[in-house]
Design a protein around this ligand. Structure first.
Ligand code: AHR
Length: 505
């Protein structure tokens, strides 16, 4: 099969916001306890943070991490998780029917964030709580000192403000499963009032309002419109959440979910712009895809709840296979091609709970299959996303009417002269010869690397005992002729190819 990909140095989608490579840590299952935090583990440091998980987090290349939830957020009292650990209350968490010991909270997360070298993305509880709690929490975190709550932080041992810039106004408030679920009217009002008081406490923050929990919600579309009709002027982002499902157990059908993500992004951007147009506003609302991943094998109630209010039970520990990794890679391409609107995104979650990293409590940590496309995209995703024009044969599926076999994005990094092609071959049977034209990007080029993720068995998984079954390898079928590259992509493969201009264009 043959395909073509053309880009031009001067045709740019957008500068790429590195916050697109975010992840998510929720107080759920073994994400915090037994995941990032496990005092007593052989690799734990003086703060109880697992060293093996910290190393893998850095290798994953995540840039921003959302915390503390998720559904957990809507019943969370931030005060429970600060101050002397032996005085913190043990609570029942009504999101996951687990016992929360509160031994890990805001200050521990901020310590971990420094060690992991990531930016924090926090959420305020707009379920059981409201604007008053939110402004107090922000004052505790970001105010320099000289007020009751900033002085309390100092008393807790944190002299300098945490200076947390990105805040989510609640979580999935459109979902009936949410603790204190709201209608769009109710939520739009409370989001507006919360945003106002939070900005008065700290005008430097960025705020994200809750969008729809997924594109199939019955209120999808009208939710975004009504919410933004209230709080357009006070928020910077609207969130999108999506979890991909291999409904038909068919890889060809499954690939269509990537097209649905592209449609979801464009639809939400259009709704934001409709609200802006009605207000004759010059402001553009950006998109925060702050929960996304593959999640279907454990998307059942018995995987979400364990009876008896256990502490850190095994919840939704999805084991990812090779085809899931291709979907994650494709979703990253969709986000990159929409980099003018998608500025932040969080792969949900980071460890154990639908995570790219898996651990054994008291044991090993390893990379799941989906770790690899994310790490590759983050490593080479620097610079500007170019508008690519693709010519490719396509097929039709029930999930989406027209699915081109080639799905690709091109990122150009003027800072170091590199250009990276990220390409998915969605044919299950045929390899693909892709001719890439890098117009105006320099005729003298050298190969930096050509990497492929491919496994002949789409159901292959990584395990503790065989952690590298699905792992990146070199793609040896790449040739360079001036600004023209020829790539041979294996069937059902995800590829990242970087070349560098050795002389000015
Ligand atoms: O990531 C797991 C859960 O999925 C989150 O808590 C919730 O926001 C979403 O429904």
């Amino acid at each position: 099969m043959n395909a073509k990909l053309i880009v031009d140095r001067d045709f740019v989608v957008s500068e790429l916001d590195r916050r697109m490579f975010g992840t998510f840590v929720e107080h759920m299952g073994r994400c915090v306890y037994g995941g990032i935090y496990e005092p007593g583990h052989a690799t734990a440091d003086e703060d109880g943070f697992r060293g093996d998980v910290l190393e893998l987090t850095k290798e994953l290349g995540t840039t921003i991490v959302r915390y503390p939830g998720g559904n957990f957020l809507s019943g969370y009292n931030w005060e429970d998780g600060v101050g002397p650990a032996d005085k913190r209350p043990v609570r029942r968490d009504l999101a996951w029917f687990s016992t929360e010991t509160n031994q890990f909270g805001t200050n521990e997360f901020m310590k971990w964030a420094k060690k992991a070298d990531i930016e924090p993305m926090f959420g305020v509880n707009l379920g059981t709580k409201g604007p008053d709690e939110a402004r107090q929490f922000l004052e505790y975190c970001n105010h320099e000192g000289g007020s009751a709550l900033s002085d309390l932080r100092k008393e807790h041992g944190y002299e300098k403000p945490h200076d947390i810039k990105f805040w989510c106004l609640g979580n999935e408030m459109d979902g009936p499963w949410q603790i204190c679920h709201k209608t769009a009217e109710e939520y739009g009002r409370v989001a507006l009032e919360t945003a106002k008081v939070m900005r008065w406490v700290d005008p430097t923050i960025q705020l994200a309002a809750c969008g729809s929990s997924h594109r199939n919600m019955p209120t999808y579309g009208s939710w975004e419109y009504q919410v933004l009709d209230h709080c357009y002027d006070e928020v910077d982002f609207i969130s999108l959440h999506t979890y991909f499902n291999n409904h038909a157990d068919s890889a060809a059908e499954y690939f269509g979910v990537i097209e649905l993500l592209d449609a979801f992004i464009k639809e939400v951007a259009a709704i934001c712009d409709a609200v802006g147009a009605k207000r004759r506003s010059h402001k553009k609302i950006m998109l925060s895809l702050d929960e996304w991943n593959v999640w279907y094998k454990t998307h059942k109630i018995e995987h979400m709840r364990v009876p008896g209010w256990p502490e850190a039970p095994k919840l939704i520990e999805e084991v990812y296979n090779a085809e899931d990794a291709l979907i994650v890679g494709g979703a990253l391409i969709a986000m990159l091609n929409n980099a003018d609107r998608v500025k932040t995104a969080c792969l949900a979650q980071l460890v154990n709970v639908i995570g790219p990293i898996m651990t054994e409590t008291g044991g090993a940590a390893w990379r799941q299959t989906i770790f690899h496309p994310f790490a590759l995209a983050s490593k080479y995703g620097h610079g500007r996303v170019l508008k690519s024009v693709a010519e490719s044969p396509s097929y039709s599926a029930k999930t989406f009417p027209e699915i081109p076999y080639l799905y690709a994005t091109v990122i150009d990094n003027p800072a170091d002269g590199t250009t990276t092609v990220i390409a998915l071959n969605r044919s299950l049977t045929d390899s693909m010869d892709v001719e890439v034209e890098l117009r105006g990007l320099g005729k003298d080029r050298e190969l930096v690397h050509a990497t492929e993720l491919h496994h002949s068995n789409l159901k292959a998984v990584n395990t503790k005992d065989a952690p590298n079954t699905v792992a990146p390898k070199e793609n040896k079928d790449v040739t360079i002729d001036g600004e023209r590259l020829t790539l041979r992509l294996k069937p059902a493969s995800f590829n990242v190819i970087t070349t560098k201009a050795t002389a000015a264009a």
